[in-house]
Design a protein around this ligand. Structure first.
Ligand code: NAD
Ligand code: ZN
Length: 355
């Protein structure tokens, strides 16, 4: 098992990654002061069915606990479920010493973190990620829910006490979810670490390669890169925006497809290809990435999308300012920068890209 220490201005905390990392849970909870009166596990039905018992087994006879399950899917990161979680917590008598365990992928991490960040003005929580994508979402303290007007529009920054990443929980991930998470690993490599990108290109030639040592390396290096960025810019006043590489268009595509038929990372993969196509120096990198993604089974960019609707969504992006859309581009691997585009110019480029 590996340990990574996350350092942010507001809090430092450990990430335990590896086989059976879940066995650390009791120890982590016992080390907290004040001792938790009780623990609430929030998960979704898929993950609950597979791993709730493993988490409960770590708590049995040591901690009093309750479990609350919500339906799977990003549309469940909603006000309704947020309210339901809060009501359940109140009913079960959680107090300011209680701890929430977010057992699941990024959807659960975000909503359970937001519940923790706002219940009685904020209680502690622990991330127990179960997807590859969650190497990204479980670290950094962004929590929240979707609003019909936009994804992740409501939320708070709230850092966990610890992240317990049991890689044995990842063995049941469906292929499209493996692709989704791996796209974020690629993103981290592209924005920050050329040699890690080369390592990935060389060693991950099929999704089957994403196991054992390679999987552990992907998760740990991805987390380290995220930590390097977030530790310098917790509240996204500057370089944290680089983590949005591929996300301006990615979010727009997810929105256009109503968060169905495409995973977050698959949409981000299209967004990265688009970003790489915008700059002469990275066009070849983009072509190579496209071929690699194709070999890994990523879907091709959907053709039936409305460019003007996509641009409208990109204008509403939290990072946009008026008619200007800020795109994260690369000078080269490891060197991201922000390029402001007039919506009208970007529309032309996007039309070309989607042809
Ligand atoms: P998810 O949590 O919706 O999980 C994807 C699917 O896989 C779900 O159906 C889930 O039930 C299932 N699943 C999860 N773990 C499984 C396992 N071990 N075995 C089998 N099935 C499993 O999605 P995700 O891709 O993990 O996360 C996406 C979410 O993360 C989005 O809401 C996105 O906005 C958010 N996100 C947040 C941040 C952040 O910094 N807070 C960063 C990136 C993404
Ligand atoms: Zn993302």
């Amino acid at each position: 098992m590996k340990q990574i220490n996350i350092t942010t201005p507001s809090k430092n905390y450990p990430v335990y990654v590896g086989e059976q990392a879940i066995t650390k849970l009791g120890e982590v909870l016992q080390s907290l002061t004040p001792a938790p009166k009780n623990v609430l596990i929030i998960t979704d039905h898929n993950v609950g069915e597979l791993y709730l018992k493993d988490v409960q087994a770590e708590l049995d006879q040591k901690f009093s606990y309750e479990s609350f399950q919500i339906k799977p899917g990003d549309s469940q990161k909603s006000f309704e479920n947020y309210y339901a979680c809060q009501s359940f917590a109140l009913e079960k008598g959680l107090d300011r010493t209680s701890v929430i365990l977010a057992l699941g992928g990024g959807m659960i991490g975000d909503i359970a973190g937001f519940v923790a960040g706002t219940y009685m003005r904020g209680i502690r929580f622990i991330q127990i990620p179960t997807t590859i994508l969650a190497h990204d979402s479980a670290v950094g303290g962004k929590t929240g829910i979707n609003h019909p007007e936009g994804k992740n529009m409501i939320g708070v920054f709230h850092q966990p006490e610890a992240v317990i990443y049991s890689t044995d929980f990842l063995s049941t991930l469906p292929e499209n979810e493996i692709r989704s998470g791996f796209a974020e690993v690629i993103k981290h490599a592209l924005i920050a670490d050329p040699s890690f990108y080369e390592y990935l290109r060389k060693n991950i030639t099929t999704l089957n390669d994403l196991k054992d040592e390679h999987l552990l390396n992907c998760l740990t290096r991805g987390i380290e890169i995220k930590n390097e960025v977030v530790s310098q810019d917790e509240r996204e006043k500057g370089i944290r925006a680089f983590l949005n590489f591929g996300h301006t268009l990615g979010h727009a595509i997810e929105g256009e497809l109503r968060y169905k038929d495409i995973t977050h990372g698959e949409a981000v993969a299209h967004g990265m290809l688009f970003a790489l196509s915008l700059k002469e120096e990275t066009i070849q990198l983009g072509k190579n990435l496209k071929r690699w993604l194709h070999d890994l089974g990523y879907p091709t960019t959907p053709k039936n999308l409305s460019v003007s609707s996509l641009i409208n969504r990109m204008k509403k992006d939290k990072k946009a300012a008026g008619r200007t859309i800020n795109m994260v581009l690369l000078e080269q691997t490891g060197h991201p920068y922000i390029a402001p585009y007039q919506a009208i110019d970007l529309e032309e480029k996007l039309t070309e890209f989607l042809k």
